[in-house]
Design a protein around this ligand. Structure first.
Ligand SMILES: Nc1nc2c(c(=O)[nH]1)N[C@H]1C(S)=C(S)[C@@H](COP(=O)(O)O)O[C@H]1N2
Ligand SMILES: [Mo]
Length: 235
């Protein structure tokens, strides 16, 4: 685990504090931040971003009202549970695994979408294979270092060739608001499956419903098959 510098802008403490400050406004505005529109997609009306989604833009969601901090040097992705060999992967370890790129539409179940988002990282299947699946595992549980959000997939879904442990978006390290340093991309599903700030993958016996799923969202989130939802604040 050498200290290979990663490309892109390091996230400074000042920037992190600034973003968390915006999180307070986000809480007042509902469950997505007024800062809302990603700068990788041009914002049609930045001032209104917290109220009206800009065409083609992302909305930034965080159920904690802010973005969790991390240190790239000490960040680890743990792979645990029903595996032959538990793993604790640094960002350098992830970079050393075979890299996969995919460009996919990004769809929130509430109706907004961003077409053709390029991602790269490691296929979830390759991460699972590196750990080795033990008998009895049928599902995966994902955790976030925001301490609250969780998600899940069946083992069969996790082994698809369009499910990625993503470290890069639009050719750059994923930005903090989009889940740096690692987020899940389950391309054929709605983006509530795309857990941000991911720090844990656990192989489990049964599917454990994720954060929104215990609040009524469908556990299988196939785009077009799962039920639509509203963006109204969830109280
Ligand atoms: N940790 C965490 N991951 C999350 C969420 C969240 O609130 N916290 N929201 C989910 C939902 S509902 C969507 S639509 C996408 C939004 O991704 P974005 O904030 O990068 O636009 O992240 C998903 N992953
Ligand atoms: Mo969403």
């Amino acid at each position: 685990m050498t200290d290979t510098p990663r490309t892109g802008t390091p996230i400074g403490r000042r920037v992190v504090l600034g973003i968390v400050g915006l999180g307070v406004a986000g809480v007042a505005a509902g469950r997505w931040l007024s800062e809302g529109v990603s700068d990788v997609v041009s914002a049609a009306a930045p001032g209104l971003a917290g109220v009206i989604p800009a065409a083609g833009g992302f909305r930034i969601y965080t159920v904690t009202g802010g973005y969790p901090e991390f240190n790239p040097a000490t960040y680890r992705l743990s792979v645990s549970g029903l595996v032959d060999q538990p793993l604790s992967l640094s960002l350098t370890d992830l970079d050393d695994l075979p890299q996969t790129q995919m460009t996919k539409d990004f769809q929130c179940v509430t109706g907004w979408r961003v077409d053709d988002v390029p991602w790269s990282g490691v296929l979830l299947r390759d991460v699972i294979d590196a750990a080795g699946v033990e008998a009895g595992a049928t599902a995966l549980k994902f955790t976030s270092f925001d301490g609250v959000y969780t998600e899940s997939l069946t083992l069969e879904q996790a082994q698809r060739d369009d499910v990625l442990v993503a470290t890069s978006m639009y050719g750059k390290p994923i930005e903090l608001k989009h889940g740096a340093p690692v987020r899940l991309i389950a391309a054929p599903m709605y983006a509530y499956k795309f857990i941000k700030w991911m720090d844990g993958i656990e192989l489990t016996r049964t599917v454990e419903p994720g954060y929104w799923e215990v609040r009524g969202y469908d556990i299988d989130a196939w785009v077009g098959e799962s039920n639509g939802r509203s963006d109204d604040p969830v109280v």
